[in-house]
Design a protein around this ligand. Structure first.
Ligand code: MBD
Ligand code: FE
Length: 285
């Protein structure tokens, strides 16, 4: 095991994800009317009640659930739990009107304000960053076909061992996280490395559920992106690699066929090259 793996506990990355979420997103719902809060809370509770009745849930099972829910919080794994098992449906509902690019879930490991790298450049990485080099070029357009110059492409992904900077210890702060701005033709070119498939932490409460249910903990290898331009809806997406065994079996249910890349060996023999463009929806009136 490497030094990074030894220290990458669920509690450590969970605590980081929980802190990050509290800093960025709390307080977003202060204006929700009580009628809607009541409706949603009641329907969720009714779904729980009907599961208990249908399957005659015992006191031992109820107490196991209580202990497990407490542990999710203690391990800081609420962001992980929700993003893995719930977010994909929220994303589906939030973006069903879109004509442009398909998106998918954000997941727990986005950090805003990654270092700027212009329109063509490399993400911050270690001098000896392991992994197959990947050069990704693309263009950002609006749904009417017009080119979006000055659009922002934020990229973040795991390293070749499956670790995210700022969540797993021992990595440089902005490793494999960068912000790119499209040129006058709406184009960008990003140099990075291919990430590894990602196994969600197995030593915390989410891992306990996975083991107890006989599930697996894998997500396919993926690149996370946020693409934005003035007057357009923010696109949050992930891009996947063909042939990954978990593309059809992602624990986070976040793969869509439109998001699978088609990389080719680079003509200069230096890793892979890939093209992938984005189409953004104009903001609705
Ligand atoms: C990830 O890297 C991720 O993208 C999601 C959705 C959940 C856990 C880890
Ligand atoms: Fe991820």
């Amino acid at each position: 095991m490497t030094a990074t793996q030894e220290q990458a506990t669920a509690a450590a990355s969970g605590a980081n994800a929980t802190e990050r979420f509290k800093t960025d997103k709390l307080g977003a719902l202060a204006d929700t009317p009580p009628e809607r809060v009541s409706l949603l809370a009641r329907e969720v509770l009714e779904a729980v009640h009907s599961t208990i009745r249908r399957h005659k849930v015992t006191y031992d099972e109820y107490n196991a659930l209580k202990a497990w829910l407490i542990q999710v919080g203690e391990d800081g794994e609420w962001p992980l739990f929700l993003d893995v098992w719930v977010e994909h449906v929220v994303e589906e509902v939030a973006t069903e009107h879109r004509q442009g690019n398909k998106g998918t879930i954000e997941g727990p490991y986005y950090v805003p304000n990654a270092p700027e790298r212009g329109s063509h450049g490399a993400v911050p990485m270690r001098a000896d960053e392991p992994g197959t080099p990947l050069t990704w070029s693309g263009q950002v357009r609006s749904t009417d076909g017009s080119v979006l110059a000055g659009a922002t492409v934020e990229l973040w992904h795991a390293d070749a061992e499956g670790f995210y900077s700022q969540f797993a210890p021992g990595l440089p702060e902005w490793n494999l996280r960068g912000t790119f701005t499209t040129d006058a033709e709406g184009r960008f070119e990003i140099r990075t490395i291919r990430p590894a498939p990602y196994q969600i932490p197995t030593d915390g409460a989410c891992g306990k559920l996975i083991a107890a249910a006989g599930w697996h903990a894998w997500r396919p290898a993926h690149l996370h992106v946020k693409v934005s331009a003035p007057g357009h809806e923010l696109l949050t997406a992930q891009l996947y690699f063909p042939g990954d065994e978990h593309n059809d079996d992602d624990i986070a249910s976040a793969v869509k066929p439109e998001l699978v890349l088609a990389p080719q060996p680079a003509p200069d023999g230096h890793g892979d090259v890939v093209e992938y463009d984005f189409v953004l929806d104009p903001e609705r009136a």
